[in-house]
Structure formats: structure tokens, C-alpha cells
Ligand binder design. Structure first.
Ligand SMILES: Nc1ncnc2c1ncn2[C@@H]1O[C@H](COP(=O)(O)OP(=O)(O)OP(=O)(O)O)[C@@H](O)[C@H]1O
Length: 585
């Protein structure tokens, strides 16, 4: 079903006051909002197009981008809402093809998809830059040296699959390393960096990047830890690789105060790095991928790491899953896939596998089986849900609070990673806002706990946007801790804890509960997942899978069987042309 809105009155802001014809019909039906209609009307006026079917398609393309697609797929939109009286398809396509808007390049009709020009340019740029990288001669490899070094990194844990991935990556300038949580992606990256440094005979400039600060920090720390393991059998390795920079993509590309979508590094000012690794690539939107690819030197190495089954980026595009699907049939595919999970418990793995396979019966079976690792509270009524979530959520909040009043920021931050309550929504009965309030209320039932101030001691924090001046980044977590009788905010950074007067942090939220979207790139020992009811438009397989795979030791799913089945059955579909372009070349 296409998500429709129901106008609340004739003054609803989503209704366009001056629209007529098809645009008004689809606006009143709740398909288009007023901004979609206004953009289409204005573009039509400027471009000399008055065919209302074409204007409808343009408005739908604006709507598609607003909802995360890169372009409009007429078939998907029309089949999702068969109850509406859509224009006849062939005549509609003919009208679009013959439109002066297409002739002028304001919109593009290609691959049976309609693009706003900006997104068409971005998608073709990403495709062309990737194709150019793949067309280059492969980097030279000293095979004898490689064999020797492989013997040295092969000690400890290093599976055949991981070894194959490293060897393949060494022979390419572009690698897409995929795998679910705990499949050893970071382990593999660390060994790849060791072998690359060895081939180069010295230090390489390496960037370990990720879309969020937290993920970048984690990658940097995990690579450093893994290199110390390798150093047991290859003592020079840490010196050889050095300590690569861990940084957000925004920082890598050079954030500019005067421009939100352009960076200091671009085609005319390329990045200095020899190797750029991007973790959590599933979160990278099309725009950012475009900016990254144009800033890389052609001879540099790019390693995109991620799990294509996870939620896609907040912004438009589904780049990682498009890359995996687009290259699937190609003999020169740069995708190296890791499949064996070394970290999570068996039952969590079984649940994740059933979700990946989209098998609702198997998901329900795993959930129903008694297990220490997977628990299901098959309910959606308020009282049962609250009773199920209260004990762990309150215990976690209390543990953070105890460390915070004991003036121990490191212990308080460590407690944050033990448990996480995940919600699909921000607002409403299943939303983060309500659950943050509930946990605070439970915590405040103890007269010892003082929640009087906004910056109460024990308040867990989630940073929601990058602040370069303060050196805090989107996705980082923190906590308010007592220090010499005063409340101070501590944020976990890569090298050290960062301490602030709490009022200086303005882009932070309380983190007793967190959205599943924001949880990407982090894990906790125990996770509770609160599913919304089956009618929620956010409820998708990717969302459920992302939530479940945040858990290391225990996952509790709270939601009805109907919600579980609806999640498995619903794919987070985005219209893009990238996979078609990659498959075709
Ligand atoms: N071949 C192996 N044999 C045994 N254990 C392994 C192997 N490879 C990795 N591990 C262990 O599995 C765990 C997960 O590895 P790693 O952190 O590299 O995975 P990952 O895919 O990067 O995880 P994430 O999705 O959390 O980023 C680590 O504890 C690591 O030491």
C-alpha cells in the first residue's frame, strides 16, 4: 500500500490551494503533498509543460526523493495504490518522453525511470566513477612477498573466506566487503592494511572513515586492537601500518561552513590518502557517495565495508545494496562477501538468518523456541509491554546513574553499551520520546535519584549532529556525571573522554531509548526491540534485522505476531537505477 495521508481539514498544510486537475486529485487523495504539487507546477510553468499527466509524474518524482528514492518508478507507485485512477501507462510514458521538460533536461527519462536532473547527475556520476575505477589496470602485486606476509597474518583467527577476501582486495583498487555483524569485517580490514603496507614497503596514508563519529571511532579502535593480535607473530606490523586516522566522512572530505553539500576535497582537490576504508557503508547516501568518489585519487584504494541487509541511508539512495545486486552477475565483481558470524550467540544468528531469508515462519519458530538468547513478548497491549520492558530498562538506567553519581564517567559510559532499548518510531506509543519519559519516571520513583534538572546526573546522551568546534559527532554517546559537586557531560571519543559544561552541547537527546535508525553502527550486550503495530509504515524487514543484529548476547522482541510477520513481509523499497546501470555497465 502506498502511504496516503488523510487531510484533517480544507486548511491542512499538505493541501495545495491553487492546484487543479490531476495534481489536485492526487493531492486530495493524500498521495502528493502541497510542496510536491508546487514544485511540479512551477517546473511545468517555467518549462512550458501543461500536460497534467507529466506534471503528475514530476510531482511524484519529487515525492519519491522526499521518501528516499532516487527516481520515480511508475510501476511501483501505481501498483502500490491500485484503488486510484492512474493515467493509462503507455500514453503516460509517451507524454513524458515527448515532454519539453525532458527535452530541456529538467527531468530525465531513462531505464523506464523518471529523475529530477540533480539526482540523475548524481547517480550517473557514481556509476561512471565506479566504472572508471574498475576499468583501471589492477595494482601491481608482489606475489612472493604476499605469500610470505599471508603466512605471518594467518596466525590466530583468519578463516579461508577472510583470506580470500583479503587476497581479492589486494588485487583491486575498489573492494566492497560485505557481511553481517561479527563476520570479521574489521579483522579482515586490519589484515588487509598490514598486507598493503607490506607491499608498499612502508607506511601508507590510510583513512578509516564512517558516516558517524561513533562508527569511525569503533573502526579505528578495532583495527588497532586487531593489529596488536597480528603483531604477536609479525612484530613490525604496528610500525608498518602506523595509526591510521579515524574520521567521519564529513571530516574526511573537508566540511565547509558555507556549503552543506559541497566539501573542500573534490575533483580539483583530491584526498591525500592512499587507502580509504568506509565502514557502515549501508548508511552512506547517494550524495555522499558521489562526493567521496570524486574526491578520491584514481590510483588510491577504496574499501567499502558494510551489511547490505541493513536499513538504507536516511538520505536518498540504497547505494550499498545496489552495488551488491548490480555487480552480482559480473565476472569482474569487486564484492567480497563474508558469511560466518563469529560473535553473536547461536540463537541470535538463527533469527538473523531467518530474517535475511525473509522466512516469516522460521522467524516465528526461532522466536517461539525457549532460549537464553532470544526472548519474545508476543503482545502489544500497553500494560504487558511496559511490564516486559521495565526491569531491564530501569536496571540499565540505574547502573548508569550509580556510576555517574560515583563520579566515574568511564564506568557510566561502559554501562551504556550493556543494554539498549530500541524503538522504530520517535513519537507515539512506540516512540523513543515516550519511552525516554517512562524510564525517567521509573528511575525517579527512587527518592535518591534527582531528575530535577534537564542535565540531571545519570542522563544518557546521544549526539545528533556533528559539531566540529566542540569536536563531537553525530552518533557519539555520552552521559552526565557528577564532578566535584557539579554536573558535567562526558562524550566517548576515539582517543579520550571529552568533558563539557552540559549547556554547551545543544544537539543531544536523552538515550534511555534510541531509534533503530540511530542504533546502526553500534551494538550492546542486551537489546530490547519494541515493534510498532503492523500498520506502521516504518515496519520493514531491514528495520527488524538491523535491530536484532545490534544484540551481542540477548535480544528481546516485544510485539505481536502480526507485527513480526508484517516486518518480514515488507521490504524497504527504494527506486534507484544504480543497480541496473552497474549490471549493464
Ligand atoms: N576467523 C575467525 N575465527 C574466530 N574468531 C574470529 C575470526 N574472525 C573474527 N573473529 C572474531 O569475531 C569477532 C567479530 O569480528 P569483527 O569485529 O572483525 O567483525 P565485524 O564484521 O567487523 O563486526 P561488526 O559488524 O560488529 O563491525 C571478533 O571478536 C573477532 O575477534
Amino acid at each position: 500500500m502506498t502511504e496516503l495521508f488523510e487531510p484533517t481539514s480544507e486548511h491542512d498544510w499538505r493541501l495545495a490551494t491553487r492546484a487543479g486537475g490531476l495534481l489536485a486529485t492526487y493531492n486530495e487523495a493524500g498521495v502528493l503533498t502541497a510542496p510536491d504539487v508546487h514544485v511540479a507546477t512551477r517546473v511545468g510553468g517555467l518549462g512550458g509543460e501543461d500536460d497534467e499527466r507529466v506534471l503528475l509524474a514530476v510531482a511524484l518524482a519529487v515525492r519519491a526523493v522526499r521518501r528516499g528514492s532516487v527516481c520515480l518508478d511508475l510501476d511501483t507507485v501505481t501498483t502500490a495504490a491500485p484503488e486510484l485512477d492512474w493515467p493509462e501507462r503507455d500514453a503516460w510514458v509517451a507524454a513524458i518522453e515527448g515532454s519539453p521538460l525532458v527535452a530541456a533536461g529538467v527531468v530525465r527519462w531513462e531505464l523506464g525511470l523518471l529523475y529530477l536532473d540533480r539526482y540523475h547527475r548524481l547517480e550517473t556520476q557514481v556509476h561512471d566513477d565506479l566504472a572508471a575505477r574498475l576499468d583501471q589496470a589492477p595494482p601491481p602485486v608482489d606475489e612472493a612477498r604476499l605469500a610470505e606476509a599471508l603466512a605471518k597474518v594467518g596466525t590466530g583467527h583468519f578463516s579461508d573466506e577472510q583470506r580470500d577476501a583479503v587476497v581479492a582486495a589486494l588485487h583491486r583498487r575498489t573492494t566492497i566487503l560485505t557481511g553481517g555483524p561479527g563476520t570479521g569485517k574489521t579483522t579482515t580490514v586490519a589484515r588487509l592494511l598490514a598486507l598493503l603496507a607490506d607491499q608498499a614497503g612502508g607506511r601508507l596514508a590510510v583513512a578509516l572513515a564512517a558516516p558517524t563519529g561513533k562508527a569511525a571511532t569503533r573502526l579505528q579502535e578495532a583495527v588497532a586492537a586487531e593489529l596488536t593480535v597480528v603483531a604477536q607473530t609479525w612484530p613490525d606490523v604496528t610500525d608498518l601500518v602506523g595509526r591510521p586516522d579515524g574520521l567521519t566522512l564529513h571530516r574526511l572530505l573537508g566540511w565547509r561552513p558555507d556549503n552543506a553539500t559541497r566539501f573542500r576535497h573534490d575533483r580539483s582537490n583530491r584526498l591525500k590518502y592512499d587507502v580509504v576504508v568506509v565502514d557502515e557503508s549501508s548508511m552512506v547516501e547517494l550524495t555522499m557517495m558521489g562526493r567521496l568518489l570524486e574526491a578520491l585519487r584514481p590510483e588510491s584504494r577504496l574499501v567499502l565495508v558494510g551489511d547490505p541487509q541493513q536499513l538504507t541511508s536516511v538520505g536518498a539512495g540504497a547505494v550499498l545494496s545496489d552495488l551488491v545486486a548490480g555487480y552480482e552477475q559480473r565476472p569482474d565483481s569487486p564484492v567480497a562477501a563474508l558469511s560466518r558470524n563469529f560473535r553473536s550467540e547461536e540463537d541470535i544468528k538463527a533469527l538473523a538468518a531467518a530474517l535475511r531469508a525473509g522466512d516469516a515462519d522460521a522467524v516465528v519458530d526461532v522466536l517461539r523456541q525457549p532460549s537464553d538468547q532470544v526472548e519474545w513478548v508476543d503482545a502489544s497491549d500497553e500494560a504487558t509491554v511496559e511490564a516486559a520492558l521495565r526491569p531491564d530498562s530501569l536496571a540499565a538506567a540505574r547502573a548508569v546513574w550509580s556510576a555517574a553519581v560515583a563520579e566515574d564517567p568511564a564506568a557510566a559510559l561502559a554501562e551504556l553499551d550493556r543494554y539498549r532499548l530500541l524503538c522504530a518510531h520517535r513519537e507515539g506509543p512506540y516512540g523513543v520520546r515516550r519511552w525516554n519519559h517512562l524510564v525517567e519516571r521509573w528511575l525517579g520513583e527512587d527518592p535518591e535519584v534527582d531528575l530535577y534538572s534537564q542535565w540531571y546526573v545519570g542522563r544518557p546522551l546521544l549526539v545528533t549532529s556533528n559539531d566540529y568546534a566542540l569536536d563531537v559527532y553525530n552518533g557519539e554517546t555520552g552521559v552526565v556525571v557528577r564532578r566535584e559537586g557539579r554536573a558535567r557531560a562526558f562524550v566517548a571519543g576515539s582517543e579520550r573522554l571529552k568533558e563539557f559544561a552540559p549547556g554547551r552541547l545543544d544537539a543531544v537527546e536523552t538515550m534511555h531509548a534510541m531509534t533503530i535508525h540511530k542504533s546502526q553502527g553500534s551494538q550492546a550486550d542486551r537489546v530490547s526491540v519494541l515493534l510498532p503495530d503492523e500498520g506502521s509504515r516504518l515496519l520493514t524487514r531491514e528495520l527488524f534485522y538491523t535491530a536484532v543484529t545490534r544484540a551481542r548476547q540477548h535480544v528481546r522482541v516485544v510485539g505481536s505476531e502480526a507485527a513480526v510477520r508484517a516486518a518480514v513481509a515488507t521490504r524497504a523499497q527504494r527506486a534507484t537505477g544504480l543497480r541496473l546501470r552497474l549490471a549493464e555497465r
